[in-house]
Design a binder for this molecule. Structure first.
Ligand code: C5P
Length: 220
Protein backbone atom coordinates (compact mmCIF):
# COMPACT_ATOMS: atom_id res chain seq x y z
CA UNK A 1 0.00 0.00 0.00
CA UNK A 2 1.25 3.55 -0.68
CA UNK A 3 2.60 5.53 2.26
CA UNK A 4 -0.03 8.01 3.52
CA UNK A 5 1.20 11.59 3.04
CA UNK A 6 -0.31 14.86 4.30
CA UNK A 7 1.05 18.07 2.72
CA UNK A 8 0.84 21.44 4.43
CA UNK A 9 1.98 24.32 2.23
CA UNK A 10 1.74 28.06 2.69
CA UNK A 11 3.59 31.35 3.04
CA UNK A 12 6.22 32.38 5.57
CA UNK A 13 5.17 32.36 9.22
CA UNK A 14 1.69 31.04 8.48
CA UNK A 15 2.16 28.48 11.24
CA UNK A 16 2.86 25.48 8.95
CA UNK A 17 5.65 24.09 11.09
CA UNK A 18 3.68 24.17 14.32
CA UNK A 19 0.60 22.69 12.66
CA UNK A 20 2.42 20.00 10.67
CA UNK A 21 4.60 18.79 13.53
CA UNK A 22 1.60 18.59 15.86
CA UNK A 23 -0.50 16.68 13.30
CA UNK A 24 2.44 14.30 12.83
CA UNK A 25 2.74 13.82 16.57
CA UNK A 26 -0.99 13.11 16.96
CA UNK A 27 -0.97 10.54 14.16
CA UNK A 28 2.42 9.03 15.06
CA UNK A 29 3.73 9.94 11.59
CA UNK A 30 7.13 11.18 10.45
CA UNK A 31 7.55 14.92 9.91
CA UNK A 32 9.44 16.68 7.10
CA UNK A 33 10.29 20.37 7.48
CA UNK A 34 11.37 20.93 3.88
CA UNK A 35 12.27 24.58 4.50
CA UNK A 36 15.11 23.42 6.75
CA UNK A 37 16.82 21.82 3.72
CA UNK A 38 16.85 25.15 1.86
CA UNK A 39 18.00 26.89 5.03
CA UNK A 40 20.84 24.34 5.37
CA UNK A 41 21.82 24.86 1.74
CA UNK A 42 21.94 28.62 2.27
CA UNK A 43 24.04 28.23 5.41
CA UNK A 44 26.43 25.77 3.77
CA UNK A 45 26.81 28.19 0.86
CA UNK A 46 27.65 31.10 3.17
CA UNK A 47 30.17 28.92 4.97
CA UNK A 48 31.74 27.98 1.65
CA UNK A 49 32.00 31.67 0.78
CA UNK A 50 29.57 31.46 -2.15
CA UNK A 51 27.70 34.63 -3.08
CA UNK A 52 23.91 34.39 -2.80
CA UNK A 53 23.01 37.77 -4.26
CA UNK A 54 24.14 36.70 -7.72
CA UNK A 55 24.37 32.95 -7.25
CA UNK A 56 26.32 30.36 -9.24
CA UNK A 57 23.58 27.79 -9.85
CA UNK A 58 25.88 24.90 -10.81
CA UNK A 59 28.01 25.21 -7.68
CA UNK A 60 25.02 25.69 -5.39
CA UNK A 61 23.26 22.67 -6.88
CA UNK A 62 26.36 20.53 -6.37
CA UNK A 63 26.50 21.74 -2.77
CA UNK A 64 22.82 20.88 -2.22
CA UNK A 65 23.28 17.43 -3.73
CA UNK A 66 26.10 16.64 -1.28
CA UNK A 67 24.60 18.38 1.72
CA UNK A 68 25.98 16.59 4.83
CA UNK A 69 22.64 16.74 6.61
CA UNK A 70 22.02 14.67 9.71
CA UNK A 71 19.47 14.37 12.49
CA UNK A 72 20.29 13.43 16.06
CA UNK A 73 17.79 13.43 18.91
CA UNK A 74 15.61 16.13 17.37
CA UNK A 75 18.64 18.25 16.39
CA UNK A 76 19.53 19.14 12.85
CA UNK A 77 23.18 18.73 11.89
CA UNK A 78 25.38 20.09 9.13
CA UNK A 79 28.27 17.65 9.24
CA UNK A 80 28.90 17.26 12.97
CA UNK A 81 27.59 20.69 13.92
CA UNK A 82 24.19 21.36 15.50
CA UNK A 83 22.83 24.21 13.34
CA UNK A 84 19.32 24.26 14.81
CA UNK A 85 19.66 27.90 15.85
CA UNK A 86 21.84 29.14 13.00
CA UNK A 87 19.25 28.18 10.37
CA UNK A 88 16.34 29.83 12.22
CA UNK A 89 17.46 33.45 11.93
CA UNK A 90 15.67 35.87 9.58
CA UNK A 91 18.87 36.22 7.56
CA UNK A 92 18.98 32.43 7.08
CA UNK A 93 15.35 32.55 5.94
CA UNK A 94 16.21 35.15 3.32
CA UNK A 95 19.21 33.10 2.17
CA UNK A 96 16.98 30.02 1.94
CA UNK A 97 14.54 31.96 -0.21
CA UNK A 98 17.40 33.01 -2.53
CA UNK A 99 18.85 29.52 -3.07
CA UNK A 100 15.38 27.98 -3.35
CA UNK A 101 14.64 30.04 -6.47
CA UNK A 102 17.28 28.03 -8.39
CA UNK A 103 15.78 25.03 -10.28
CA UNK A 104 19.06 23.10 -9.94
CA UNK A 105 18.95 23.38 -6.16
CA UNK A 106 15.30 22.28 -6.06
CA UNK A 107 16.12 19.30 -8.26
CA UNK A 108 19.08 18.38 -6.03
CA UNK A 109 16.81 18.19 -2.96
CA UNK A 110 13.90 16.37 -4.61
CA UNK A 111 14.80 12.73 -3.97
CA UNK A 112 15.91 13.43 -0.41
CA UNK A 113 12.43 14.82 0.29
CA UNK A 114 10.59 11.95 -1.41
CA UNK A 115 12.65 9.44 0.54
CA UNK A 116 11.08 10.81 3.74
CA UNK A 117 7.75 9.17 2.83
CA UNK A 118 7.93 6.06 5.02
CA UNK A 119 5.42 4.04 6.99
CA UNK A 120 3.35 4.61 9.02
CA UNK A 121 3.02 7.99 7.24
CA UNK A 122 4.44 11.45 6.63
CA UNK A 123 3.35 15.01 7.28
CA UNK A 124 5.40 17.38 5.09
CA UNK A 125 5.42 21.18 5.25
CA UNK A 126 6.81 23.69 2.77
CA UNK A 127 5.86 25.57 -0.38
CA UNK A 128 5.60 22.85 -3.03
CA UNK A 129 4.86 19.66 -1.09
CA UNK A 130 1.45 19.24 -2.74
CA UNK A 131 2.30 20.67 -6.16
CA UNK A 132 5.68 19.04 -6.90
CA UNK A 133 7.14 16.72 -4.28
CA UNK A 134 4.07 14.63 -3.35
CA UNK A 135 1.50 15.22 -6.12
CA UNK A 136 -0.42 12.08 -5.12
CA UNK A 137 -0.71 12.91 -1.43
CA UNK A 138 -4.03 11.89 0.12
CA UNK A 139 -4.53 15.26 1.82
CA UNK A 140 -3.18 18.67 0.81
CA UNK A 141 -3.74 21.72 2.95
CA UNK A 142 -2.88 25.27 1.93
CA UNK A 143 -2.46 27.33 5.08
CA UNK A 144 -2.72 31.12 5.09
CA UNK A 145 -3.01 33.99 7.53
CA UNK A 146 -2.94 37.76 7.05
CA UNK A 147 0.56 39.25 6.81
CA UNK A 148 -0.05 41.56 9.81
CA UNK A 149 -0.99 38.53 11.90
CA UNK A 150 1.99 36.52 10.64
CA UNK A 151 4.42 39.34 11.39
CA UNK A 152 2.96 39.70 14.87
CA UNK A 153 3.38 35.99 15.62
CA UNK A 154 6.95 35.98 14.31
CA UNK A 155 7.66 39.09 16.42
CA UNK A 156 6.36 37.43 19.60
CA UNK A 157 8.39 34.30 18.86
CA UNK A 158 11.64 36.24 18.42
CA UNK A 159 11.11 38.47 21.46
CA UNK A 160 10.34 35.43 23.62
CA UNK A 161 13.71 33.99 22.56
CA UNK A 162 15.41 37.23 23.52
CA UNK A 163 16.12 38.16 19.90
CA UNK A 164 15.47 41.87 19.21
CA UNK A 165 13.04 42.47 16.35
CA UNK A 166 10.97 45.27 14.81
CA UNK A 167 7.42 44.56 13.70
CA UNK A 168 7.54 46.79 10.59
CA UNK A 169 10.82 45.29 9.39
CA UNK A 170 9.54 41.74 9.93
CA UNK A 171 6.38 42.40 7.95
CA UNK A 172 8.34 43.94 5.07
CA UNK A 173 10.77 40.97 5.09
CA UNK A 174 8.09 38.34 5.04
CA UNK A 175 6.19 40.11 2.28
CA UNK A 176 9.43 40.24 0.25
CA UNK A 177 9.97 36.52 0.81
CA UNK A 178 6.36 35.72 -0.14
CA UNK A 179 6.72 37.76 -3.33
CA UNK A 180 9.93 35.94 -4.31
CA UNK A 181 8.41 32.53 -3.49
CA UNK A 182 5.22 33.29 -5.47
CA UNK A 183 6.85 34.84 -8.51
CA UNK A 184 9.72 32.44 -9.15
CA UNK A 185 9.53 30.21 -12.20
CA UNK A 186 10.66 27.01 -10.42
CA UNK A 187 7.88 25.56 -8.25
CA UNK A 188 6.28 28.86 -7.24
CA UNK A 189 4.30 29.02 -4.04
CA UNK A 190 0.67 28.37 -5.02
CA UNK A 191 -2.10 26.10 -3.77
CA UNK A 192 -2.31 22.69 -5.46
CA UNK A 193 -5.51 22.33 -7.47
CA UNK A 194 -6.81 19.76 -5.02
CA UNK A 195 -5.66 21.57 -1.85
CA UNK A 196 -8.09 22.50 0.92
CA UNK A 197 -7.67 26.10 2.04
CA UNK A 198 -7.27 26.86 5.73
CA UNK A 199 -7.06 30.49 6.86
CA UNK A 200 -5.89 30.48 10.45
CA UNK A 201 -5.84 34.27 11.02
CA UNK A 202 -8.52 33.86 13.69
CA UNK A 203 -7.91 30.24 14.72
CA UNK A 204 -5.94 28.81 17.62
CA UNK A 205 -3.32 26.15 16.91
CA UNK A 206 -5.62 23.56 18.47
CA UNK A 207 -8.49 24.62 16.11
CA UNK A 208 -6.24 24.21 13.08
CA UNK A 209 -4.95 20.82 14.22
CA UNK A 210 -8.52 19.59 14.78
CA UNK A 211 -9.60 20.79 11.34
CA UNK A 212 -6.75 18.93 9.60
CA UNK A 213 -7.40 15.76 11.62
CA UNK A 214 -11.10 15.93 10.69
CA UNK A 215 -10.25 16.25 7.00
CA UNK A 216 -7.84 13.34 7.36
CA UNK A 217 -10.48 11.12 8.97
CA UNK A 218 -12.95 11.96 6.21
CA UNK A 219 -10.48 10.55 3.70
CA UNK A 220 -9.99 7.19 5.42
O1 C5P B 1 9.48 27.35 5.59
P1 C5P B 1 10.73 28.14 5.78
O2 C5P B 1 10.50 29.57 6.18
O3 C5P B 1 11.70 27.46 6.70
O4 C5P B 1 11.43 28.17 4.35
C1 C5P B 1 12.51 29.02 4.06
C2 C5P B 1 12.51 29.36 2.57
O5 C5P B 1 12.80 28.16 1.83
C3 C5P B 1 11.18 29.85 2.03
O6 C5P B 1 11.05 31.28 2.07
C4 C5P B 1 11.17 29.36 0.60
O7 C5P B 1 11.81 30.30 -0.24
C5 C5P B 1 12.04 28.12 0.64
N1 C5P B 1 11.27 26.88 0.57
C6 C5P B 1 10.90 26.43 -0.68
N2 C5P B 1 10.25 25.24 -0.80
C7 C5P B 1 9.93 24.52 0.28
C8 C5P B 1 10.26 24.98 1.57
C9 C5P B 1 10.92 26.18 1.68
O8 C5P B 1 11.17 27.08 -1.68
N3 C5P B 1 9.31 23.36 0.11
Amino acid sequence: APVPVICIDGPTASGKGTLASEVARRLGYHYLDSGSLYRLTGLAARRAGLALENPDEARLSALARQLPVGFAGGHILLGQEDVGEAIRTEAAGMDASRVSALPGVRQALLELQRSCARLPGLVADGRDMGTVIFPHALLKVYLTAGSAQRAERRHKQLISKGIPAKLDGLRADLEARDARDQNRVASPLEPAQDALLLDNTHLTIEDSVDQVLRWWQERQ
